[in-house]
Design a binder for this molecule. Structure first.
Ligand code: SF4
Length: 311
């Protein structure tokens, strides 16, 4: 069966072997973040609807999980904001009922949790990783370029309400952009927000591959370290440190195909996706591991992200 809504499993630093579920088309989101790996948002919206057929997603899951493959997580992520899909609660309930041994995670921008219906929909998850990158309205708008109805106060209030109702793990991700949200003033505001939200962990992340705009740079180790120390929480960890993070073991086949292709000619992400028969988001995960291993290099060119073989 060819899968339209499932991707991977992909090796994930935080989630191990993770099967992705993509519930919205590229690129439906309530944000248009300057660091987004999926490119610019084309449908900036907070409207919840059935962007892809819920029944078809469930059919693909049942087919994939029939043989009981090893997975660390089934993860809602992909080409936009998953909670915009009005059927996410039905998909979660189905996995819980039909495939109870699997753990389920959600990567989200957190913009919809002020809606009680969204909080109810996600109650069956094991892990939610929302992001919060700024508290000052000006910085929040500059980084996330959100739909007009989304405010940082609304997001924080929604996350506080979620924490009160959600029994699973909550890991709050803060994406650090040097020169933007790494000032002592903004970090103090973020630390106060962390105190209100009470996540189980705080994860500091930074750019490790080209984002939607070219001038965004990765934060240095020194900056990440002082921010980790400045945030008042017992479990702050740096996840955006590719050179020091353990490199996941990749399944055989795809990495060899990528290396064999790049040995002959440089390719864009889209070229590789076509050659491998995978989604661009999926190929990017493989490529990021090969970049971390020093086997290939990554550049942003006119046609998007471009990969070359390192002899
Ligand atoms: S919230 Fe996620 S998917 Fe949406 S624009 Fe930001 S990084 Fe991209």
């Amino acid at each position: 069966m060819m899968y339209r809504y499932l991707f991977g499993p992909v090796p994930s630093r935080r989630l191990g072997v993770s099967l992705g579920i993509d519930l919205v088309p590229l690129k439906v989101c309530s944000f248009n973040c300057i660091f987004c790996e999926c490119g610019r948002t084309t449908d900036l919206t907070v409207e919840r609807r059935e962007y892809v057929p819920t029944a078809a997603v469930i059919r693909e899951l049942d087919d994939y999980l029939r043989g009981g493959p090893h997975l660390d997580y089934i993860t809602f992520s992909g080409s936009g904001e998953p909670t915009l899909h009005a059927g996410i609660g039905a998909v979660i309930s189905h996995i819980r009922a039909a495939h109870p041994s699997y753990r389920i995670a959600l990567l989200t921008n957190g913009s919809l949790f002020s809606d009680p219906a969204v909080r109810k929909d996600v109650r069956g998850l094991d892990l939610i990783i929302p992001s919060l990158n700024a508290v000052s309205p000006g910085l929040f708008a500059r980084i996330n370029r959100p739909h007009a109805s989304v405010t940082p106060e609304g997001i924080i209030d929604g996350l506080v309400a979620l924490r009160g109702e959600f029994c699973g793990e909550l890991w709050l991700e803060i994406f650090i952009i040097p020169g933007i949200n790494d000032t002592p003033e903004e970090i103090a505001l973020l630390s106060a927000a962390v105190g209100r939200i009470r996540p189980d962990r705080v994860q500091l992340n930074t750019l490790d591959r080209p984002g939607a705009v070219g001038w965004v740079q990765p934060a240095s180790q020194a900056v990440l370290d002082w921010i980790a120390a400045a945030i008042d929480h017992p479990a702050v960890e740096v996840v955006g440190r590719p050179s020091e993070a353990p490199v996941p073991v990749l399944p055989e086949g795809i990495p060899d195909l990528i290396l064999g292709t790049l040995r002959r000619r440089p390719c864009t992400l889209d070229d590789l996706a076509r050659i491998c028969g995978l989604r661009a988001s999926e190929v990017r995960k493989y490529c990021s591991v090969l970049v971390a291993e020093g086997k290939i290099s990554e550049k942003t060119g006119d046609r998007g992200i471009f990969y070359t073989f390192n002899p």
